[in-house]
Each structure stands twice: as C-alpha cells, then as structure tokens.
Design a protein around this ligand. Sequence first.
Ligand SMILES: *Cc1c(COP(=O)(O)O)cnc(C)c1O
Length: 382
Amino acid sequence: MHSEQPTPGRPTIATIDLEALAENFLSVKRFVGSDVKYMAVVKANAYGHGAVECSKRLEAEGVDWFAVALIEEAVGLRNAGISKPILCLGGIWPGQEASLFTHSITPVIFRLGQVQELDRAAAAAKKLDVHLKIDTGMGRVGLRPDELDAVIEELTNCKNIRLNGVMTHFAVADDLEQSAFTNNQIDSLNIAVGRLRKAGFSPEHIDMANSPGAIAFPRSKGTMVRLGGVLYGLGGDVLPRSIEKPELTPVMSLRTRIAQIKTVPAGETLGYGRTFITARESRIAVIPIGYNDGYRRALSNAAKAIVGGKFVDVVGRVSMDWTLIDVTEVSEAAVGDEVVMIGSDGENAILAEDLARICSTISYEITCGITSRVRRIYSQRI
Ligand SMILES: *Cc1c(COP(=O)(O)O)cnc(C)c1O
C-alpha cells in the first residue's frame, strides 16, 4: 500500500485507509443493492476521517450525493473540487444564503418559514432545489406531519423553490426490539410523500435510511440511502447485532511512538492523582498522545494499546499530551517503537468500538473526537 511520508514532527498519526473506505462502500452497495442512490454522509470532517480526501475517493467510486452538517463544510468540499450534489443537513444561518447558489448546495428545509426565507434569496439568484425533512419520530429537526399542509402552501406560493427530495431520520433503527417504531417512521414518511404527490409535487429523492436502516430495514430504502458509519467501517456498535451484514473494515487507525521508557520499582505511583501503583518492577513507556488528541481521559487505567504485536495496559491517568503504558512484558520495546492505540498489529486489534465501550459512548464519538492536532495520513493504491 502506498502511504504518504509524514513530514517531521510528533509521530502521533491517524492513518486513513482510503482502500478500506472504497471497499466498505462497495461492500454495502452489494448488500443493499444497486437499485438506489447512495448519499455519503461526510459531516464532521467525515467523522474525523478527513472530509475532502474521503469525499474525493467516494466520488471516484460512484457515490451519488454527499451530506454535510454545515454550509462551511459544503463550501470546503466544493473548493476541493467535489462536483456531486451536496445536501446541507443543518441550518442555513442568516447571511449564508448566497453560498447555496455560488457553491451549488442543497439545503434541508426543516421548519415553517424557511421556504419563504429561501425564496427571497432565490428570487435574486436562481431557482433553488430543497429537500424537506419530516420529523416522523426522532423529535429533532424536521417538520411534524401536522405541519405538512402549511409547508405545502409555502412551497406552492414560492415559485423560486423546487422540492427535490423528502427525507426523515430514524431514532432506533439499530435496535430490532423497537422495529415497530422504525416501521411506523417509514409508514409516516411514505404517507407524507403521498400527500406531497397529491398536492402536485414530484420529489426525485425519497430517503430515510442511515447505516442501521439501510442494513436492517430494506423497506426503508426509498430512492436513496444516507450512509455514514458503515463507510468508515464503524459497524460494531451501531448496527443490530443479530443480523446478516456486509463485510466492513475500519478506515481509521491511530498510532504513535514511544518517547521514553523507564524502569520503576514495585510500589510507586504513576501520573496525576496517583491512580496506578506498580505491583512489580515495571517498564513504563511514555507515549505522546493525550486527551487533547481525543484519546479520552476515561481510558485511564482501562484501555489497551499494542506494542510489538502484544497487548499492553494503559496505566495511570491519560493527561493532555501524554499517556503511560506498561511494557514490562514486551522486553524488546524501545524508544521510537510504534504503539497502536486504534488498529491492528499481527493478530491483535483495537477497534474504535472497544474504546467507545470504555467511555460509555459509540465509536462515532471516538473517531469524531480525534482532534486536528493529530496528523492524518491517507493511504491508497490509486
Ligand atoms: C449523521 C446522519 C446520517 C448518517 O448516519 P449513520 O448512522 O452514520 O449512517 C444520516 N442521516 C442524517 C440526517 C444524519 O444526521
């Protein structure tokens, strides 16, 4: 595999495997089918993986649409040369309307009044495609079904706005025990689409499914699926456990190198708060990663790392810039050796899901949380 060579600097690096990203997309596409369009959700810097690089590769692999949370994220993709349609899931804040036209961004309409606001901006520019978000049970942004007549009226009155898509978002598609709730959400969206069609609209895109929806609820496919997590190989904690799924490979790995090794006698305490006491004479390695890199403090005395192919314990408190690991069992470990925090080495692997479990969160929050201080290196063969 070809990897960019890192420039000199701290060796705490997230490697983004663009081959795995492409394979995950193609694997999900084989599983879900070629009869729908694919929207890649690349908000939050592609869940920490690097939105520009991931989007370029996904565009080359045939993704139909991109979704971001912010106008700024969409503008970033356009400036990097992304040409496929981009849906902005989040709000357009006052003063940002012009970007929709100059950068060809499709906004989501989620509350009454937004159609008129955008119609005024469109009057001065050109017709604007929008996607309508219906809140069928998530309780977050979106028009409630009882607001549909009012939004139909707005759309009818605003001649510069064209309804291009209708969408909803699932609250519990990852939990099959609550599949009745998800099925209700699907039914509500289909009813809303029926009402819009009856009112004379013909939206091209009907989309509901996030990653768990696309994998576990085939009837939620609509005309397009919106995929985030599965593209990045983060299936483990957001897909229902007991179902058949496509093969997925983690895209991000996180590695650093040993900065110092010291031999510490039994009975000494290590780190802030003195939370770890050596039970034996120990070889302790200091590694340049900490919670300001997104290696969370909750991992203190709980996570493992991999050195020389062997699991080792994180000992003491994770601090802002430094973490300690116990390499007593890895006799060959030396300053400069690689330490895997997320990723695999030989037989052993640490998943973002494993760190998430320790932090009582999901893998998305772990990869999103790897901060910009951590250099990203993109590896690919093409
Ligand atoms: C983030 C998001 C998605 C993607 O969800 P995944 O579980 O990562 O596939 C899809 N739709 C909307 C509206 C989202 O906000």
